[in-house]
Every structure is written in structure tokens, then in C-alpha cells.
Design a protein around this ligand. Structure first.
Ligand code: DHB
Length: 392
């Protein structure tokens, strides 16, 4: 097969890129080592910026987000045992959409099927070759055992936080920036009614908790745990006790409990690799940068990358050549670093690190008061949570 753009990775970044290029008449082949079922059943983030939700609708992916997503006009910060609302709508005229990444993926995969785009799921032995030439190739073994070679003008590495594409940038020509965190998230899916009208980001002396949801009857919740914690070692009772203790307060707030359907320990880090392009290979989304989950920037950042990337690839293929790609990294990276800052700031604001003492806890409460207690502080959080303009 020969197509202008081969894409490694069929997550939201890879599929959205294929969709945007397809609309402009540029064919792609997307490959992924995971099966469609595996991707669809792996729980990921839940929040879409309003701009990203609008892009799904306006570029013709699907308007399902409008019917099945929920617009949230704010969040609740809980600290000192009290709720503090951050009213996005009133502060910055923006909102966020609760719409799970698994649904974004399904919409994009259905759009590829509908529009006749090629996506090979469940491939093995992926090889990306000749990226320093104008004729790179991607070789895979398809799920039926047949060997495929995709010849392209450009290869996009959208293969996620464990990207192998990014390793193709020579070691002496790349820089990796990052931070590890001394904690992880324990995530559960619970069959229970909703406990609060909006998402709750809770700071407590016992650590962080986040109360999110999936539907009226299925709730998504997370709490901070040790990075090496084993999900299987926790009884349901201990999980609920931990969550309840972290949201407890003078207002008597309690989570509504239910059967725990799923549990996972999610490790995370902050990471950026530069450059985002090497020859005919371009990186997008988590392959180039990952953020800690607090504040739900990762998916939104990935979708922003491919929006910028689709534009520059179309110009490059339309006659402008490689030079058009020079615009990509600066336009993508500015937002990446703003999101890196926001994600690590939200994480440090709300989590307890091992070794934190009474001073650290009180200092955090002081910072939370500075954020929630002034319009400037609330606006700072609201602006970043709801996203930045394209290219910034
Ligand atoms: C969800 C995840 C996040 O990281 C976040 O900040 C908000 C919501 C979620 O999975 O619902």
C-alpha cells in the first residue's frame, strides 16, 4: 500500500489525525498493536475541552458528544472539609464536557469505518523504516498473519506514552524532560448513584481524591495511593473507607457507595521529548509528551497536536514540502508546556507527598485558599482547566 501519511497508533490522536486528513482527501493507514476491543475497554480520561467537543461535531466525526456528554460549568475543590466551587462559566465563559475517552475513540473508529479509512488493529512486529528519507515505510504483521508494507511520504508516531516511535529520534539528537511522582492513582468504577452535581477534586490530610462519573449509575473515582500499590490487595470496604475519609467534612458530605466493577492502579509522570519531528517522522500526543492526570489535560493536548499537525501536513503535501512542518513543534509545544505546568501544579496543589509534614499541609491549605478565595485565583484555575486558544 502507498499513502501520503502512515500513522502508528489508533488512539484519539492517530484516529483524529486520520479523520482530519481524510476530510481533505488525503489517505492514511493507521496501525495499532492493540485490538479495537482492548482500546474500547481500557478506562481512560473523562474530560473534553469545549473546543475539542466542538471539533468532534464540526469536523463531522459525530455529534454524539452533544447527546451523551454532559456539559460541566465548574468543578468543586474540597479542602479544609468544605466545598469551594470554581464557576468556569461565570469566570471565563467556558465549560468542560464530561465525555469518556473510550467514547471519543469509538466515535473516531466508527467515523473511519464510515468514511472508508484503513485502520489495522491488533498488528504485530511494527517496524518504522527510512525516516530520514522522503520515502519512509511502516511494516506490520496484520492480525490475520499477513505481512503489510505501507509506503508513505510521512509517518506519524501517535503511539502513546510507551511510544517506540519516539526512540527512532537518535539518542544524541533528542532531549527528554520529565518528573516522576512519588504516588499513583487508585481508580475505580462503581455501580452507584452520583454523589455530587459536579466533579470533586478533594485535598485532605490523608491525600487526594477525585470524584468523577461515567453515567447516572456508574461512577468513576480515584484516590492517591503509593506507586507500588497492588489493586487486588484492597478490599471493597477499605477502598470505600479511604475515599470517604478523603472527602469527609463539616458539611457531612458522604459518597454513595456501590459495587466496585473495576479497579486499577495508574502510575503517571510528566514527560516531554524534543524534537517532535525527525526527518519524515512526526510525533503527536502522548508519544511526545505525557502529563499527570490531575486536571485532565492529556487527551485534550493530544487532540490539539493533531489539529495543528493536520494543517501543516496538508500544506507540506500540497506543495510546501518539509518546510511547512517547521511550524508544528513551536505551535504544539507552547501549549504542551502550559499544560505541563498546569498538570504538575494541580497535582502538587492537591496531593500529599511522602515526607510531607504539618507545615507542608498547612502551606497547601494556604495555597488552596489563595486559589479559591480570590477571583484572580479561581480564574487562573478556570482558564487552564477549560483550555487555551489553538496554537497557544
Ligand atoms: C477524570 C480524570 C481526570 O484526570 C480528571 O482530572 C477528571 C476526570 C475522569 O476519568 O473522569
Amino acid at each position: 500500500t502507498s499513502v501520503p501519511v502512515a500513522v502508528v497508533g489508533a488512539g484519539p490522536a492517530g484516529l483524529m489525525l486520520a479523520h482530519l486528513l481524510g476530510r481533505a482527501g488525503v489517505a492514511t493507514v493507521v496501525v495499532d498493536t492493540r485490538t479495537r476491543h482492548e482500546i474500547e475497554t481500557t478506562q481512560r480520561a473523562g474530560i473534553l475541552e469545549a473546543g475539542a467537543a466542538r471539533d468532534l461535531v464540526e469536523t463531522g466525526v459525530s455529534d454524539r458528544v452533544l447527546h451523551e456528554g454532559h456539559e460541566h460549568e465548574g468543578i468543586e475543590l474540597r479542602f479544609g472539609g468544605r466545598p469551594h466551587r470554581i464557576d468556569f462559566k461565570e469566570l471565563v465563559g467556558a465549560s468542560a464536557w464530561l465525555y469518556p475517552q473510550t467514547d471519543v475513540f469509538t466515535d473516531l473508529a466508527n467515523a473511519r469505518d464510515r468514511d472508508g479509512g484503513t485502520v489495522l488493529f491488533g498488528v504485530k512486529d511494527t517496524e518504522v523504516l527510512d525516516i530520514t528519507t522522503a520515502a519512509p515505510r511502516v511494516r506490520v504483521t496484520a492480525s490475520d498473519g499477513t505481512r503489510h508494507e505501507i509506503r508513505a511520504r510521512y509517518v506519524v508516531g501517535a503511539d502513546g506514552s510507551r511510544s517506540t516511535c519516539r526512540d527512532l529520534v537518535p539518542e544524541d539528537r533528542r532531549v527528554r524532560y520529565g518528573k516522576e511522582y512519588p504516588f499513583a492513582w487508585f481508580g475505580i468504577m462503581a455501580e452507584a448513584p452520583t454523589s455530587a452535581p459536579e466533579l470533586v477534586y478533594a485535598h485532605s490530610e490523608h491525600g487526594f481524591a477525585l470524584i468523577s462519573r461515567r453515567t447516572e449509575t456508574v461512577q468513576r473515582m480515584y484516590f492517591q495511593c503509593g506507586p507500588d500499590e497492588s489493586a487486588a490487595a484492597w478490599t471493597d470496604d477499605r477502598i470505600w473507607e479511604t475515599l470517604q475519609a478523603r472527602v469527609a467534612g463539616r458539611d457531612g458530605f458522604r459518597l454513595r457507595e456501590g459495587r466496585i466493577l473495576e479497579r486499577t492502579v495508574l502510575r503517571f509522570r510528566s514527560f516531554v521529548q524534543e524534537p517532535m519531528r525527525w526527518g519524515s517522522l512526526v510525533l503527536a500526543g502522548d508519544a511526545a509528551h505525557t502529563v499527570p492526570p490531575t486536571g485532565a489535560r492529556g487527551l485534550n493536548l493530544a487532540l490539539h497536536d493533531v489539529k495543528v499537525l493536520a494543517g501543516v501536513l496538508l500544506r507540506a503535501l500540497g506543495g510546501a514540502g518539509d518546510g511547512a512542518l517547521d511550524d508544528y513543534q513551536p505551535r504544539a509545544l507552547q501549549r504542551v508546556w502550559r499544560a505541563q505546568n498546569f498538570s504538575s501544579w494541580m497535582t502538587r496543589l492537591l496531593h500529599t507527598a511522602p515526607g510531607d509534614d504539618a507545615f507542608d499541609l498547612r502551606r497547601q491549605l494556604g495555597e488552596l485558599d489563595n486559589v479559591a478565595g480570590s477571583r484572580a485565583g479561581r480564574t487562573y484555575l478556570a482558564e487552564q482547566y477549560t483550555g487555551w486558544p489553538t496554537g497557544a
